[in-house]
Write a protein that binds this ligand. Structure first.
Ligand SMILES: NC(=O)c1ccc[n+]([C@@H]2O[C@H](COP(=O)([O-])OP(=O)(O)OC[C@H]3O[C@@H](n4cnc5c(N)ncnc54)[C@H](OP(=O)(O)O)[C@@H]3O)[C@@H](O)[C@H]2O)c1
Length: 159
């Protein structure tokens, strides 16, 4: 999909996200891949879920690759992976029993959280993997940056 959408994204007006004053750091569009926390290799402490974990880890790699290729030239596109939290949908239905009530989000709540993150994205954050609350997730061990509520990237040093 990215292959076919990229030429259109590069023609965008940059209406979403945070724009730097410096034109060289501005973006034309934002590409968001919906991933899952279980796709984080660094965060995996439980095992299981082989196919789902592997497909999301691969998607995170695609995000990283795209961020490099669409970060070149004058018409840049911000590319990120976002984890929506555990959301009350058909996909998560089989697991609802094990999810505390306050951790099972409505789609509306989750989308609202993701839009808050998207509104703060810029070329500094491209290639990264964020959860619904703005915290940065490690694709691999050693990726230790975190985004606070104001959208600032910091190192959390504990991953
Ligand atoms: N729900 C969660 O707790 C959770 C947690 C982490 C990550 N995610 C991720 O969030 C995304 C959405 O999940 P969800 O919970 O909304 O899943 P879902 O309830 O299974 O819904 C998936 C949606 O994708 C559409 N779809 C599936 N295959 C498609 C295709 N080939 N082309 C076009 N549309 C297609 C389906 O359309 P139809 O209805 O027409 O089949 C459906 O609307 C997924 O990537 C999932 O991995 C979800």
């Amino acid at each position: 999909m990215a292959k076919y959408f990229a030429p259109l994204l590069r023609k965008g007006t940059g209406a979403f996200g945070h724009q730097f004053a410096d034109q060289a750091k501005q973006h034309r569009a934002i590409l968001v891949n919906l991933t899952a926390k279980v796709g984080s290799i660094g965060d995996n402490a439980l095992g299981g879920w082989y196919s789902y974990r592997m497909s999301k880890a691969a998607l995170n790699m695609a995000t990283k690759n795209l961020s490099i290729e669409l970060g070149r030239g004058k018409t840049k596109v911000v590319c990120v992976s976002l984890h929506p939290g555990t959301v009350n949908t058909d996909l998560s239905k089989p697991y609802h029993r094990n999810v505390p009530k306050d951790k099972l989000f409505t789609p509306e709540y989750s989308v609202n959280c993701l839009m808050n993150i998207i509104e703060n994205l810029d070329m500094v954050k491209t290639g990264k993997f964020f959860a619904w609350d703005g915290s940065a997730l490690p694709c691999l061990k050693g990726d230790t940056t975190v985004q606070d509520r104001s959208g600032q990237i910091k190192s959390n040093g504990d991953v």
